[in-house]
Structures are given as structure tokens and as C-alpha cells.
Design a protein around this ligand. Structure first.
Ligand SMILES: [Zn+2]
Ligand SMILES: [Zn+2]
Length: 370
């Protein structure tokens, strides 16, 4: 495969506005790195937030930026020295891959904590000025650059590119969440807050642990139907139960009055975290993955003490979770219809439409095929 000298990317030139297509010089891969042709990118809620300008309030960002960080690509060019993927499998031009964002390798998080997901220098396209070389940092583009330090994994043959790209953000976060939680088994009631991509993947992973019961709280009904198809024993509709007290009562009624032994916050709702403390059973474990912004929340802190709760935050994921997410999708493709989560497919010129539809919760995961 020969690389073209230039390629197109859809870039954000103004927040909340139509994306523009720009043509940039396509670099050759750096030693140890790769250049991949983008097969597809699934749209993440974080892409929508970046397009809305949420991150510009948290750190200095120069426009234009490129979006798309759930990417499945085909290796178009290998940098010097690249012969295997990060799991040791032979890697060649033409192989499909997902990869992990670039972290710096020399900060406290990278070296002492060994938690690349906490690296403050981890690089996403929505932090980087796309006009600066190497230009291709993200997925809403024809090609993209895989930096030398980025772990990369071959996509198993049985895994569609759309499933792989969704695995590389939403699912890997949920894989990390369950690794933070520890054992989940037949003695546990699992309560999942949220029926978006995170909540649905969490339902599927929880189902493979065969817990006593899985209860999913969320909406709309189309998403709750997928939750039931993927293993939820009970779904509680937010629109039917707009009052948190009613949702708590429904959870208590379904758990013998105890609440969730394991509770997952995968919704990002404005009061979801505070509500989850109430949903947890005594000695429960609560994992918080969905709340990435929003207002401050008023919570009843003594519930943590009296219930002896363990609370885990989940910030993104490391390379191991990317690998395990791909393996999970492959191993369970007969059990779960992963296509149920996918929305419509859009070209590079229609990314703005996809973002708007995601913003209005009209699609769970739009797919961009450049
Ligand atoms: Zn994401
Ligand atoms: Zn670092």
C-alpha cells in the first residue's frame, strides 16, 4: 500500500459549528510508529463534548482540532522496526488494528504509578491543533498517525471494524471499571445507571458474570430494550420514574430491600452519583465511570460511612483494557448482537449531522466511514 501525499480530515474550526474538510500533507510513519487508513470511527459522547467546546474551558486548546478517538484502521505503512503488535502478534500492512492514545512515558503517572490512563500528557486529537504536523491525530479523517509509543492491537477476524472502534473507548472503559470492581458473582445484585454505550456494555459484561440480578436504570425505551436483550433482568425507565425516590424504591423492591451489591454509574446524569450512593447495598461497591462533567452534586455523605461503601473512579483505560475489550467482543459475538448499538453511517462531509444526532440522543453510536 503506498501512501498518498495528502489526505482529508474533518476539522472543528468553531465550536458547535459545521465541521470543515481540510487537506493536509500525510506524513510517513515515524520509526516504531504506523500510518493507518481509517476504516471507520464510531462517535463517542466525548467527541460531542469536544465539539461543544467543553474541554476549552478546562485547558488551553487551539482550533482547528480533529475529533474521533474510537477508530478502527488498516495498517497502510509500518515505521522502521515494527514487526509485531503490542500483544506480540505479527503485524503487516493490510492488518486491521485499534490503538491506544500516546502517553508521554516519563511523567509520575507513566513511570511511578504505571497508569498511562492518568498521564497528563496523553494526546487526543481534540487537544491538538490540526494545522500543525503531523496533522492526523484522530479518526474523522481518511488516514491517521499511530505514534511510536502507542500500543496497537490487531482486530480479531471475527470482529467487525465498527465493533472494534466502539471497543476502543466505551467498552475498554467498562472493562477497566469491572477490573476496578473485582469479583462479581451469583450472590450479587448489579445495578447499572445508564443505558447509553457505557451502560449497555456494562450490562453485557455483568451478564457474563452471571450475577443474581441485573437492574438497568435509564432510557429511552429503545435502549432499555437492548439492555434486556443483553442480560438485564429488570429495566427502570427514567421517564416512567422521573423521581429518584421511586427509582430507589423499585431497586429496593427488586433486591429484597438491600440495594445493589455492585452499582455502576455509567450515565453521566447531573445527579447520578449522589443517587447511586442511595442505590448501593450495605458493604456495596460503587464504580463511577460516566460522570465526566456537569454541575456539582449534593450528596448524603454518611451513606458512604454507614454502608461501608467502596467507591472506585474510572478514568479511561490502559492498553490491557483495549486488548481485553477486543477479546470480549470476539468471544461474545454469538451471545450479544453488537450491531444493536450502532446508528447510521456518515461520510466525512456529514460528521456534523452525526454529532447533532448524538447530541440529541437520537443515536447510541453513529459511525463515520471516511
Ligand atoms: Zn470516548
Ligand atoms: Zn505520562
Amino acid at each position: 500500500m503506498t501512501l498518498p501525499s495528502t489526505a482529508q480530515a474533518a476539522v472543528v474550526v468553531a465550536y458547535n459549528e459545521e465541521l470543515q474538510i481540510r487537506e493536509y500533507p500525510l506524513p510517513q510513519p515515524a520509526p516504531g510508529g504506523l500510518v493507518a487508513k481509517v476504516d471507520c470511527s464510531t462517535v463517542c459522547g466525548t467527541d460531542v463534548h469536544a465539539w461543544e467546546g467543553v474541554f476549552a474551558k478546562l485547558r488551553p486548546i487551539e482550533l482547528p482540532i480533529t475529533l474521533g478517538h474510537e477508530i478502527a484502521g488498516t495498517v497502510a505503512a509500518l515505521g522502521d522496526g515494527v514487526t509485531v503488535d503490542s500483544a506480540g502478534e505479527p503485524l503487516q500492512v493490510g492488518d486491521r488494528i485499534v490503538w491506544v492514545p500516546d502517553s508521554c512515558g516519563h511523567c509520575y503517572a507513566c513511570t511511578v504509578e504505571k497508569m498511562e490512563n492518568l498521564c497528563p500528557n496523553r494526546r487526543y486529537g481534540y487537544f491538538v491543533n490540526a494545522d500543525n504536523a503531523p496533522h492526523f491525530h484522530a479518526g474523522f479523517s481518511e488516514y491517521t498517525v499511530v505514534p511510536p509509543r502507542s500500543a496497537r492491537f490487531k482486530i480479531p477476524d471475527g470482529v467487525k471494524s465498527e465493533w472494534a472502534s466502539a471497543s476502543s473507548c466505551a467498552l475498554r472503559t467498562v472493562v477497566n471499571a469491572f477490573s476496578r470492581l473485582g469479583n462479581v458473582d451469583f450472590t450479587h445484585h448489579v445495578v447499572i445507571q445508564g443505558a447509553g454505550p457505557l451502560g449497555l456494555f456494562a450490562t453485557a459484561i455483568a451478564a457474563t458474570h452471571n450475577p443474581k440480578k441485573i437492574i438497568v436504570i435509564g432510557g429511552p425505551e429503545t435502549r432499555l430494550a437492548i439492555a434486556r436483550a443483553w442480560g438485564a433482568d429488570l429495566t427502570i425507565s427514567i421517564s416512567d420514574h422521573p423521581n429518584p425516590a421511586d427509582r430507589l424504591e423499585a431497586v429496593k423492591a427488586a433486591t429484597g430491600g438491600r440495594g445493589g451489591d455492585v452499582v455502576g454509574e455509567f450515565s453521566g446524569g447531573a445527579t447520578a452519583f449522589a443517587e447511586g450512593l442511595g442505590l448501593a447495598a450495605p458493604n456495596g461497591r460503587y464504580v463511577v465511570a460516566g460522570t465526566v462533567g456537569g454541575p456539582d452534586q449534593t450528596l448524603t455523605a454518611h451513606q458512604i460511612t454507614y454502608k461501608n461503601l467502596a467507591i472506585f473512579g474510572v478514568a479511561s483505560a490502559d492498553a490491557s483494557h483495549y486488548y481485553k475489550a477486543l477479546q470480549f467482543v470476539d468471544a461474545n459475538s454469538d451471545r450479544f448482537d453488537w450491531d444493536l448499538m450502532l446508528g447510521s453511517t456518515y461520510g466525512l462531509g456529514d460528521v456534523t449531522t452525526a454529532l447533532r444526532r448524538m447530541q440529541r440522543f437520537e443515536e447510541i453510536k453513529s459511525v463515520i466511514v471516511p
